[in-house]
Design a protein around this ligand. Structure first.
Ligand code: ATP
Ligand code: MG
Length: 614
């Protein structure tokens, strides 16, 4: 069958839909790849589906090569299964829940640990059946708080999820390496350059985990689509998600003695209306680093935590969540602030308790209304000297303050690194400056350990005859997110520029004028010839449109190679153009079949740099 554009189920749009914020969302809509059904839910039209299948095929080939076995598990899953792992209650609002006609609870799979662990529990009896790696490619459902960016963050999306089972940690460690290599191969083959970065394991559990990030930071317009900050060091190779990253702060230690030399002792200074660090700096003519700020958080909707942080740094909430062992965390509201402290925003601070030398029992710090508040001090705060701190008194700060004795280490105070790394901080491995780049997470690998096998009592008989819980790993790839990420990376003002391996069609043949018999005949002949060398990868633009219109659509849809059959057709010549290049190449028609592969091979997505937009 001939694949002609006139019959292709795809129509291009001239206008950018208003709700499409990022480039991949805009281009996939405009080029006729996806259509929205409702928030975060899309139909994949034929061009999109071809690309998604190509990505899935690459994923399958590399997973199979790594000895993983494909299966397919149900999306509709009963509540009881999720209760057996404890996740029915902890997964939260992201779990899509529904009831059947008997009012029994179900959910739509956001991921598959429960089903696979139950399967292993039933099917795997002995250590002889281990190790085992099972995977599937299927729809996943998450009621994301903010579904947005088209396929980048949908509520229904395609994920490859794999789960491995082992008799011991050493075996899991080996599989983890194998998966890391398979992932690198998968993303490279897709033409999507990724960085493997250390990540926070979050609610999924386990200690070791890494994410594969496609870095977007080099393109201003693509910055917002990268929802993660990747902290990395060129010298040491250190790379971590900012939710996990650590660094040496700059400056490492702070002493405000010089800044505040006009105050010979600890002094309270009137600082009216300094409700931000910026205003306070201006008022006191100091830099932010000599200020100790205090932020009030609420853990699991019950406990209040006051976090002391150096003024030039932000609190990294994931790090704070982990330090507190919190399931949920949020900043206190203004209303809660006034209830606890009877002061104004900007003037929350524990000068009296921590700096005045008064004896205060720090294990029983309370708000004015009697609510207990625990204190958490960021590591950088401990060594601060002659700094600025508030004392719950509106419009006043204390200057040249110092910690009373070892109060930061006193009982009742937690010291932890809960600081967001800043660009320019130093790498803990190399002591060189760190960079921060935005990135899109396209996949991740986790060492789950025995989290699920223990809660679900999934065991096997070990060599010594004892029953042991499986040691597990899990490995995810966002197939539909990979496609959208590729568009974020590979596009220009005219449209998508697909890496060849995941383009829906590799070549489009465009007869400039379909009414010209010579052109039409040659285009059809080339179509047949190209099909013999490239297979089902050729598309013919058979529409009776101006050449310019057809070029525009071909550019928008992003096919890697365009063969134009125009005025030179009579001389047996055609024009070839790679989507990624400006050059037009005149070819003898008889050479097209042999040259097409060579030309496509010249388009190396991994080394391509996007055109700089002014
Ligand atoms: P994120 O931090 O982006 O929400 P996640 O940590 O929740 O991702 P996992 O649960 O580990 O992601 O899922 C595995 C992979 O599935 C991710 O690496 C990502 O590529 C993809 N993915 C996750 N959520 C979505 C979504 N809402 N839409 C599309 N792809 C997604
Ligand atoms: Mg998520």
């Amino acid at each position: 069958m001939m694949m002609k554009i006139s019959t292709l189920f795809a129509s291009t749009l001239r206008d950018v839909p208003a709700d499409a914020e990022v480039v991949s969302h805009q281009l996939l809509l405009r080029a006729g790849y996806i259509r929205r059904i409702t928030s975060g839910v899309y139909s994949y039209l034929p061009l999109m589906w071809r690309t998604l299948q190509k990505i899935s095929t690459i994923v399958r080939e590399e997973m199979n090569r790594a000895n993983a076995q494909e299966l397919l598990m149900p999306i509709l899953q009963p509540r009881e299964l999720w209760e057996s792992s404890g996740r029915w209650s902890v997964y939260g609002d992201e779990l899509m829940r529904l009831k059947d006609r008997h009012q029994r609870d179900f959910c739509l799979a956001p991921t598959g640990e429960e089903v696979i662990t139950q399967l292993a529990q039933i099917e795997v009896k002995s250590y002889r059946q281990l190790p085992l790696n099972l995977y599937q490619v299927s729809n996943k459902y998450r009621d994301e708080r903010r579904p947005r960016f088209g396929l980048l963050r949908g509520r229904e999306f395609i994920m490859k999820d794999a789960y491995s089972f082992h008799a011991n940690q050493a075996c899991l460690d080996r599989e983890y390496e194998v998966m890391a290599e398979a992932y690198t191969a998968i993303f490279n083959r897709c033409g999507v350059k990724t960085k493997m970065v250390a990540s926070d394991s979050g609610a999924i559990g386990g200690a070791v985990s890494h994410e594969f990030m496609m870095l977007t930071g080099y393109q201003a317009e693509a910055q917002q689509s990268g929802e993660n900050d990747v902290v990395h060091c060129e010298t040491s190779g250190y790379a971590a998600n900012s939710e996990k990253a650590v660094s040496i702060p700059q400056p490492q230690a702070v002493d405000g003695a010089d800044t505040f030399s006009q105050y010979n002792a600890t002094t309270n200074v009137e600082t009216p209306y300094t409700d931000t660090i910026e205003k306070l700096c201006k008022k006191l003519k100091c830099s932010a680093e000599v200020i100790c700020k205090t932020l009030l958080y609420v853990k699991d909707e019950t406990d209040f935590i006051a976090v002391l942080m150096r003024g030039d740094y932000d609190v990294e909430e994931t790090k704070l969540k982990n330090a507190l062992g919190a399931l949920t965390l949020r900043m206190a509201t203004e209303e809660e602030l006034t209830r606890l402290y009877e002061t104004k925003k900007g003037f929350v601070g524990y000068y009296e308790a921590l700096c005045s030398g008064e004896t205060v029992d720090l294990t029983s710090v309370k708000g004015k209304d009697g609510t207990p508040v625990s204190l958490l001090v960021d590591k950088t705060v401990v060594s601060m000297k002659n700094f600025v701190i508030a004392n719950m008194e509106a419009h006043v700060h204390w200057v040249n303050a110092n910690w009373a004795g070892n109060c930061c280490q006193a009982e009742g105070i937690t010291v932890a690194d809960v600081r967001t790394v800043k660009a320019g901080d130093l790498c803990v491995e190399s002591n060189q400056p760190l960079s921060i780049t935005r990135g899109i997470e396209v996949g991740n690998i986790f060492q789950l350990g025995t989290k699920y096998s223990e809660s679900m009592q999934a065991t096997y008989t070990a060599e010594d005859g004892t029953e042991q819980p499986f040691v597990m790993g899990c490995y995810g790839i966002g197939v539909s997110r990979v496609a959208a990420s590729a568009v974020e990376r590979y596009h220009d003002a005219n449209g998508i520029i697909w890496p060849t391996a995941i383009a829906p069609y590799q070549v489009i043949i465009v007869p400039a004028n379909v009414k010209d018999e010579t052109q039409w005949a040659l285009a059809n002949q080339l179509y047949a010839e190209l099909k013999t060398v490239l297979g089902d990868e050729v598309l013919l633009d058979d529409r009776d449109e101006r050449a310019g219109v057809k070029f525009k659509d071909a550019d928008l849809m992003g096919f890697p190679l365009r063969i134009t059959v125009g005025k030179l057709a009579g001389e047996g010549k055609v024009e070839a153009k790679l989507r990624a290049s400006k050059d037009l190449i005149i070819l003898d028609a008889s050479d097209v079949a042999t040259q097409a592969k060579t030309l496509l091979a010249q388009w190396d997505a991994l080394s391509w740099e996007p055109p700089v937009t002014p």
